[in-house]
Design a protein. Sequence first.
Lengths: 325, 455
Amino acid sequence: MFTTASTTSDKILQMFAAILLFAAAVGVILFAASRVAGKRDRAVAALYLLPTVLMLGVGLLYPGVRTVYQSFFDASLSNFIGLDNYTKIFTDAEQLTVLRNTAFWVLVTPFAATGIGLLYAILVDKARLESFAKALIFLPMSISFVAASVIWKFMYEYRPDQRNVQQIGLVNQVIVWLGGEPVQLLIESPLNTFLLIVVMIWIQAGFAMTVLAAAIKAIPDDIIEAARLDGVGPWGMFRFVTLPAIRPAVVVVMTTIAIGTLKVFDIVQTMTGGRFDTNVIANEFYSQSFRSNDKGLGSALAVVLFVLVIPIVVYNIRQLRRSEA
Amino acid sequence: MFVQRGSSRSRVALAGALSVGLVFGLSACGDSDDDTGADTGASAAAIDCSPYTAFGDLKGKTVTIYTGIVTPEDTPHKESYVPFEKCTGVTVKYEGDKAFETQILVRAEAGNPPDIAYVPQPGLLQNLVKTGKAVEAPPEVAANVDKFWGPDWKAYGTVDGKFYAAPLGANVKSLVWYSPKEFADKGYQIPTTLDELKALSDKIVADGGKPWCAGIASGEATGWPVTDWMEDFMLRLSGAEAYDKWVKHEIPFNGPEATQALDGVGAYLKNDQYVNGGLGDIKSIASTTFQDAGLPILEGQCSLHRQASFYAANFPAGTKVAKDGDVYAFYLPGKDATSKPVLGGGEFVLAFSDRPEVKAFQTYLSSDVWANTKAKLSSGWVSANKGLDPANLTNPIDQLSASILQDPNAQFRFDGSDMMPGAVGANSFWKQATAWIIGQDTKTTLDNIEKSWPK
């Protein structure tokens, strides 16, 4: 019963069994901890840490190491081929397009989203209807990536310039109103990649705005007042007071968006399926692993993604530590 | 939990009782849903049991089926087993699962296969036989297949010279959709050769129209309709033998045969005189979903659309799909009027057990009795079984498909991209076909696909 869940009721059954098991495990740990409590603090700490360490080991460390190991093997994972998968990623024309697009994403999205979020945060700060204005730009955050992609797919939709044919996409309708010809927006490369990036910015700008607006509010009033007395203009205020004061928040926002952007999959998968030279690493990893059944190359792509994320994560944590210190 | 031991104990007991109740309640629900239910369908009195007496009395036995055919197509399947169940006493347990194609391998390898699986791809069939868990078809089934199907169909159910699986249903991909009314008004004739098809397209251009409409967008599978086009042209221009070699990679993907086939498709899909009626320029083929691609026929913006029989379901409700209706289809002609290559798909009945009741059920499924019983119950279903009387089929497109499949000159070939390795058939072939539509040349396209073939 617990090996092959084929019917819905079997699956629900398994779910309850798993929840019961989890509850039982937690119960056992709490019980054991209550027995040794007050005797040896270290033992208690170790007991509490045990499940986390175990789960990290099983759920993160083991698959991570295994993925690295598998990336040195061929499609069926039966023959060791050394660095061939990595050579392919960095020489094959199709894979190079994937890397190029990923670079576009990571270079444009964090700066654009943070910039827009910051500008917006400053503009609406202490303005009338501030919370309403903030809610407007924050709303896209609450939409899933796939739903956002579907919405934007309609925005970019193309209908030919023919008699009796109406545009149904907003962007092309505007182009037609302005006297232009409708454009196949999602097919023209590299324009299409940037149009996909717009979707990501649309989603992430709200996140940037929220965090940065809070940071701006936290700037002590006496600093601002002192700057005013010194006769600082609006630009000087931004450049020498606001920006230095919220720098840690800006860094955290940018690195967080950068990590999210490196892993972008849903938008590309939903809007173009990676066609028309819009593929990115995460989507290519998926199609190599699950469509082509090339587990080796898929693992190598996952490792490349992992390696690219590491420096950003390290930088992010350092900045967090520094801002806490 | 630490505070009051007594009350926590009673609470645990209550929670335990509750969960036990839940578990039993759920498993009770789970057991009831897969029975085909001997009470559904025709009433017992109306069933003539004479075709079933040969199977003998199998009362109390059970046959399990595992398949990817799910709601709503599963209902006519289950109902078509009722006469067999009534007359032999067998209970057929039907289990439909959308994840069939990956799960069946897991189940076979884990030693937990069903009695019978409906396998939709010859490649998957071969992998299943390789697990060593499948059993050969009994001689009665082989005899039925020899009698009711062509040798091409039998070959797809044969692995290493041993016959395992009889065909079940089928679908036809070599169809061109058109508007019978437009053809009648303008005096167009249904073409019987590829040259006539070309001449017809030119004639429509001369009359001021864009003859063809096409669309290949399909999410991550974008590009697949081009693979069907190319397979159809491969079959027509180079013949079935070259097609088989090409699918098995015994001749290269970028050889002269394939180049000729893709260029043949290009004469239609990359010809801005011919496409894309009501949808835009050539590139709009890449951005139009395959579901929408044939609809301009209804608006009179396009005259011809090549797509499989299942496309009938995409026309809006109220559209009459018939020879005298709003839309209908004709057979995508061969190079000349006598050759009739047919591209399509279908399922095969693979057994993992040789118990007498399983054999009996396999034999029943391979008979003309079952094909005709099933035909009367369903719409949008055909079989290549020659014992199937097309008059029993309820909708005109099914009748057309059946007549194409049963044509003695028909040479049936399975959709090649379904039989190629996943790296090609479900990845590079689609990708490169899409790139080809938006401007990449034929040579680069075929070279790239050849390069991606797993070594």
